[in-house]
Design a protein around this ligand. Structure first.
Ligand SMILES: Cc1cn([C@H]2C[C@H](O)[C@@H](COP(=O)(O)O)O2)c(=O)[nH]c1=O
Length: 205
């Protein structure tokens, strides 16, 4: 049975680059998934519509949008379980904690705890998604993340959604992530410095 390792962080934190480095460093078989699964799952495609303001007011419904993200993952649960059977490491670029962090950050501070508990109840208890063995929080200053994600848009790598350029929101997301890591939410977390010279990789094999 492989280990389920999740990479989390702000938009532009460098998650994909870390996933590539970890894949190259693991001595064994590695499978990778990235969420949302745009182009593969109807819920993920609806997420994209919502993020670009094309679902009207639904895009602002935190619980509704979070359910779409959760349903996308539910549709991948069997594939993740199969991948865990056939690989040493299954690496996920975003998972349940993204829903907790990004959704909570859009809510009033007093409503955040209840939302984070709801995400866990829906995704883990109700949908039965596999619990990660470890979650890696790639932490970078908000302005560095914003610059990287703006650069990605500029180079045509990908469209930015309306939230990515919202620095106050990203600052709140970073704070929620820090709290999740501190509480060891779902599983142990490892906090990595996303601005450090690459080379120091966590031992995940
Ligand atoms: C996977 C996931 C992403 N998100 C957010 C993070 C990003 O701002 C946005 C799209 O993710 P992406 O930029 O990694 O494609 O959706 C959630 O709110 N919940 C989730 O479950």
């Amino acid at each position: 049975m492989g280990r389920l390792i999740v990479i989390e962080g702000l938009d532009g934190a460098g998650k994909r680059t870390l996933a590539e480095k970890l894949t190259a460093s693991v001595d064994g078989r590695v499978a990778r998934f990235a969420f949302p699964r745009y182009g593969e799952d109807v819920h993920a495609d609806l997420v994209r519509e919502g993020l670009h303001g094309r679902l009207g007011g639904f895009g602002d419904e935190v619980y509704g949008m979070a359910m779409l993200y959760a349903l996308d993952r539910r549709g991948a649960a069997e594939d993740i379980r199969n991948a865990l059977r056939g690989n040493d490491v299954v690496l996920l670029d975003r998972y349940v904690a993204s829903n907790a962090a990004f959704g909570a950050a859009r809510l009033h501070q007093d409503a955040r705890g209840e939302f984070v508990d709801w995400v866990r109840a829906v995704e883990i208890e109700r949908f039965g998604l596999p619990v990660p063995d470890a979650q890696l929080l790639l932490r970078v200053p908000v302005d560095v993340a914003a610059e990287r994600s703006a650069h990605r848009e500029h180079t045509g790598d990908r469209d930015r959604d309306t939230w990515e350029s919202d620095q106050p929101l990203q600052t709140r997301v970073a704070a929620v992530y820090d709290g999740l890591a501190e509480d060891a939410w779902l599983s142990p977390w490892h906090v990595l410095d996303g601005t450090a010279t690459p080379g120091v990789l966590p031992a995940i094999g």
